[in-house]
Design a protein around this ligand. Structure first.
Ligand SMILES: NC(=O)c1ccc[n+]([C@@H]2O[C@H](COP(=O)([O-])OP(=O)(O)OC[C@H]3O[C@@H](n4cnc5c(N)ncnc54)[C@H](O)[C@@H]3O)[C@@H](O)[C@H]2O)c1
Length: 256
């Protein structure tokens, strides 16, 4: 499958690692100019080098998606550099330590909501005006935890339920104005987020049991590229009737 993103500009947050890196690479491979955003400068620069080494066009912009001025700076840099914005993958996110809700520090809850919810809201708030004239497509990265309970990370589950709510509402607000807005709900994906899971000892037994029986009916976790494929497809002209969908890309994990 080859998409024609030639002459188009794609923005990806959380592009310094995992799903965001794979999404940036895929947009570039299909001809888009890519704006890579992340708080992690080292990871962002690595993604930039990977895209340039493969012959693609991209820039990296240091961005904290939870910070309004930082997001405004990201959008201004996008326009100053490439003059337009056609696609956005609002993908940056954090997963906190697994621990019982009554032990969860309030500042951890607040930061998860700030990055995962406020971040998606701020990005859409400042991306949409850039797309109103020529249309565009936005894909937010939610999670299987945005569809059902995730013991140990109530804050994360709440944040991803909110991402799906933001997505559906924005989708209906802007569909008639030429901006298609969707979300992906990944299951487990082999990225730094999952490699670095921190866990209160009360959750260790649960995790051990989970490892014994893979929660994905397909029998394995995803590679980041398998989620990037869905994100880029949702932005493409192969998905022109997809609006407000919260697409599960989870190997069957949430099938009842
Ligand atoms: N890995 C999984 O199993 C999984 C499953 C479901 C959903 N997700 C979601 O996928 C998205 C990408 O996660 P990933 O698995 O690639 O993890 P990752 O940790 O590899 O990548 C996340 C990236 O987001 C960046 N980031 C964190 N806070 C930021 C901020 N405030 N501003 C800008 N960038 C920030 C990080 O620096 C990192 O580069 C996240 O939204 C995550 O919640 C991941």
């Amino acid at each position: 499958m080859v998409y024609d993103f030639e002459g188009h500009v794609a923005l990806v947050t959380g592009a310094g690692s995992g799903i965001g890196r794979a999404t940036g690479q895929k947009f570039a491979a299909h001809g888009a100019k890519v704006v890579l955003a992340d708080v992690n400068d080292e990871g962002g620069e690595e993604t930039l080098a990977l895209i340039k080494d493969a012959g693609g066009e991209a820039i990296f912009v240091h961005t904290d998606v939870a910070d309004e001025d930082s997001v405004k700076h990201l959008m201004q840099t996008t326009i100053d550099t490439y003059g337009q914005l056609n696609y956005a993958a609002n993908n940056a996110g954090i997963l906190p330590k697994f621990e019982p809700m009554h032990q969860k520090p309030v500042d951890v809850f607040d930061r998860v909501i700030a990055v995962n919810v406020r971040g998606v809201f701020l990005c859409m708030k400042y991306e949409i005006p850039l797309m109103l004239e020529n249309g565009g497509a936005i894909v937010n990265t939610s999670s299987a935890a945005g569809l059902r309970a995730q013991p140990g990370v109530a804050d994360y589950a709440a944040s991803k339920h909110a991402v799906n709510g933001l997505t559906r509402t924005a989708a209906v607000e802007y569909a008639a104005l030429g901006i298609r807005i969707n979300a992906v709900n990944p299951g487990g994906v082999v990225t730094n987020m999952v490699m670095n899971i921190q866990m209160d000892e009360s959750y260790a037994a649960m995790m051990q049991a989970a490892q014994q029986q893979d929660p994905h009916p397909i029998g394995r976790s995803a590679q980041p590229e398998e989620i990037a494929n869905a994100i880029v497809w949702l932005c493409s002209d192969e998905a022109t009737f997809m609006v407000g969908h919260t697409l599960s890309v989870d190997g069957g994990m949430t099938v009842d």
